[in-house]
Design a protein around this ligand. Structure first.
Ligand code: NAP
Length: 284
């Protein structure tokens, strides 16, 4: 029996659909079963309620571990306590394998999600159950809602310079989680998952323009000025500074790596941004 956490999220929904299609034995951890609208069994539970995790993990042998990304909260990122609680409950329940979504560039002392995932990766390595780490690049889904990617006038704004990112379709991450969840092998492996091409944000804006028929430009700002725009949008200054610093790392080529891991794990090429936009009906 597999427990899927983050089941209503960008990765979780296509993962649950695929596990259901394959007839796998799984249940989804959801906060609100009535609103989840997922195929297959669901267990009501909350990362912040350990007793609910114990109930959801009853009889579970493998866990897909995924929770929300970095948030502008004071103190340590909430994902550390939340995923930490799932790892502890999984150990109590005798779970044999945990497949965790991390992030490309996870490293001790890294900014925002990069540092938080590094803490969790280390906890997982010593927890006891077998572990498999998926380290995806930025998600193409970030461009669907516009959250954090578009300015009020619809342009893309950032501090990426000409730095490229090999954005990945979250559905490809889900597809990569399936083999380590259903098969043996993969224990102790770390997979860096990217899209098939590294694009600059000027190129992304051009593809958005072609797909939507609406002129989208990319406006590049110096990192400090970009941080000021985030503060003006209401984000706390330390969080804005960290986001701007992350973007500045991208400008230096920090996320430009392209891997063939999606194809190796799934047997089909990773989704291009163009194909993603077509599938999403040009973000309509
Ligand atoms: N976005 C990126 O570019 C990017 C890049 C690399 C790595 N990542 C990593 O990917 C992960 C996020 O994946 P995603 O985009 O698929 O997630 P997502 O779409 O943000 O979904 C988050 C999921 O967590 C659930 N959840 C939230 N709070 C919960 C709680 N207290 N108890 C139980 N469940 C809770 C949500 O369920 P509800 O329906 O109840 O809200 C939802 O299913 C993060 O770890 C992030 O660091 C993201």
């Amino acid at each position: 029996m597999i427990l899927v956490t983050g089941a209503t999220g960008s990765i979780g929904r296509p993962l649950v659909a695929e596990l259901h299609r394959r007839g796998a034995a799984f249940r989804s951890l959801v906060r609100d079963p009535a609103r989840a609208k997922l195929p297959g069994a669901v267990a009501a539970g909350d990362f912040d309620d350990p007793a609910s995790l114990d109930r959801a993990l009853d009889g579970v042998t493998r866990v897909f571990l995924c929770s929300p990304g970095a948030v502008p909260a004071p103190g340590p990122q909430p994902m550390i306590a939340q995923q930490g609680a799932v790892i502890e409950a999984a150990v109590r329940a005798g779970v044999r394998r945990i497949v965790k979504v991390s992030v490309q560039g996870a490293r001790a002392g890294g900014l925002l999600a990069e540092g938080a995932h590094a803490v969790l990766e280390e906890r997982l390595r010593v927890a006891g159950p077998e572990w498999v780490l998926l380290r995806p690049s930025g998600f193409m889904q970030n461009f669907r809602t516009g959250t954090g990617a578009f300015s009020a006038d619809g342009d893309l704004v950032g501090a990426y310079g000409d730095g490229r990112i090999a954005y990945i379709d979250a559905a490809d991450i889900a597809a990569c989680a399936v083999p380590p969840l259903l098969e043996s092998g993969y224990a102790g492996e770390t997979f860096v998952l990217t899209g098939p091409e590294a694009l600059s944000h000027t190129e992304i804006a051009a593809q958005l323009t072609a797909a939507t028929g609406r002129a989208v430009r990319y406006r590049d700002l110096p990192a400090a000025e970009f941080a000021e725009t985030l503060v003006a949008q209401g984000l706390p200054a330390p969080f804005a500074a960290d986001v701007a610093a992350l973007f500045a790392e991208v400008a230096k080529g920090g996320l430009a790596t392209v891997t063939d891991t999606v194809e190796r794990l799934t047997g089909r090429p990773a989704t291009t941004f163009r194909a993603f936009l077509a599938r999403e009906r040009a973000l309509g």
